[in-house]
Design a protein around this ligand. Structure first.
Ligand SMILES: C[S@@+](CC[C@H](N)C(=O)[O-])C[C@H]1O[C@@H](n2cnc3c(N)ncnc32)[C@H](O)[C@@H]1O
Length: 373
């Protein structure tokens, strides 16, 4: 088996996928977790769990409010491009349900959200019930939902969600990089999505752009860089600023983003992500750095209008505040991707998945799936 990775497109041959990576000694079906991996996953979960829902006033006062609005615009564009009326959606690392309204606008038919942070999934539940946004009590969401608390990159979601599958769309926004601490977790993440999507189904997401982060690291004097709203710091073990292509997992750094993130994250070399995804039956539709994404989709009038409504770039009035250069630099740290599961959709298949969802969720409805490995 070849060690290291190749940047050439995958072969179009059929048959079982040949891994381009060094495998776990146990083989990729075992997906072993060691203690330190679990500790880091818990650190990430505790960080997000501790972040409470903000009031509208707190949100508007955030030093990165325009970046948050820009990120919402990027996610909305992805959802509008790829979700269709009636779709069954799997939202991996759904957080506090910040995308629920976007899915509602796309008129989806069913929603399953999973997150490792119990505090976030509880916020997601109250938001789904229409109890969270005190300032603007909204009408009920039009799709049934099911919410789960668990580690999407460890748990066998294909088993947990066997009766709900297949999904039409899977979304993993600003979270896929938390799977890249080990090869086993990265594989579990992709295996889960692949097993649950229908043939032809779409996997959309956003995550840090490794090329940009590594370039900035190499340009920095030491092992840290940033601006007034973020910093990234690598450990001494990376003092040479070189990364072995034979081991593209577990490249950890500390990420701090004002009013949003403060936890360990992992570099995801995109060509490795793409190659691994191909092993799990995905083909790349596109990948774009978020700067390019904004440039391209701001050429489309419907998305310009959406940007105006969200207010990330101001509303066109001169005195309207807008995205700061430091926030724009943070946008450059991320990319958006779209993958398609190979194969043709089976038009005849129907499944009873919507029966699993509810239109109002109690605390007891949140399922803890962490034991299901
Ligand atoms: C930056 S937030 C994004 C939340 C949401 N997707 C959004 O765009 O608003 C990252 C989320 O990933 C979740 N997360 C991190 N590791 C996870 C894991 N192993 N399994 C499930 N969720 C995870 C965190 O709890 C957090 O809610």
């Amino acid at each position: 088996m070849k060690r290291g990775y190749s940047e050439s497109p995958s072969s179009s041959s059929h048959g079982p996928p040949q891994s381009k990576f060094k495998h776990n000694p146990e083989g990729d079906t075992h997906f072993l977790e060691d203690e330190s991996t679990k500790i880091f996953a818990r650190k990430v979960a505790d960080h997000y769990s501790a972040r409470t829902n903000q009031t509208l006033e707190e949100r508007e006062a955030s030093p990165i409010i325009h970046l948050k609005k820009l990120n919402n615009w990027i996610k909305s564009v992805l959802i509008q491009l790829y979700a269709k009326r009636g779709d069954a959606v799997l939202d991996l690392a759904c957080g506090k349900g910040g995308d629920l309204i976007k899915w509602d606008k796309a008129k989806i038919g069913y929603y399953v959200g999973i997150d490792i942070a119990d505090g976030s999934i509880e916020d997601c539940r109250t938001r789904y019930n229409g109890e969270a946004d005190h300032h603007q009590r909204r009408k009920k969401f039009s799709f049934p939902a099911r919410l789960m608390c668990g580690d999407c990159f460890e748990v066998r979601l294909d088993r947990v969600l066997a009766d709900d599958a297949p999904f039409d769309v899977c979304s993993c926004q600003f979270a896929m990089h938390y799977s890249w601490s080990t090869e086993a977790r990265a594989r579990r993440a992709l295996a889960n999505v692949s097993a649950l999507l229908r043939p032809g189904g779409i996997f959309i997401g956003t995550m840090p752009d490794a090329n940009v982060i590594i370039k900035k690291l190499r340009e920095a004097e030491g092992l840290a860089f940033g601006n007034s709203v973020y910093w990234i710091r690598f450990d001494e073990e990376f003092s040479e600023k070189k990364f072995k292509s034979s081991n593209p997992f577990g490249i950890k750094y500390k990420f701090h983003l004002e009013d949003a993130v403060d936890c360990p994250e992992w570099i995801v070399p995109f060509h490795v992500f793409k190659a691994l995804a191909e092993e799990y039956d995905f083909e790349l539709v596109f990948v774009k750095n978020n700067h390019v994404f904004v440039e391209e989709y701001m050429k489309k009038p419907e998305f310009v209008e959406l940007m105006r409504r969200l207010g990330a770039l101001g509303d066109g009035n001169q005195d309207q505040s807008t995205l700061s250069p430091d926030e724009w630099e943070v946008a450059y740290l991320y990319l958006a991707f779209v993958l398609r599961k190979r194969g043709q959709p089976d038009q005849t298949r129907r499944n009873p998945r919507r029966d699993k969802g509810k239109m109002h969720l109690t605390k007891d409805d949140i399922e803890n799936v962490n034991g299901a490995v």
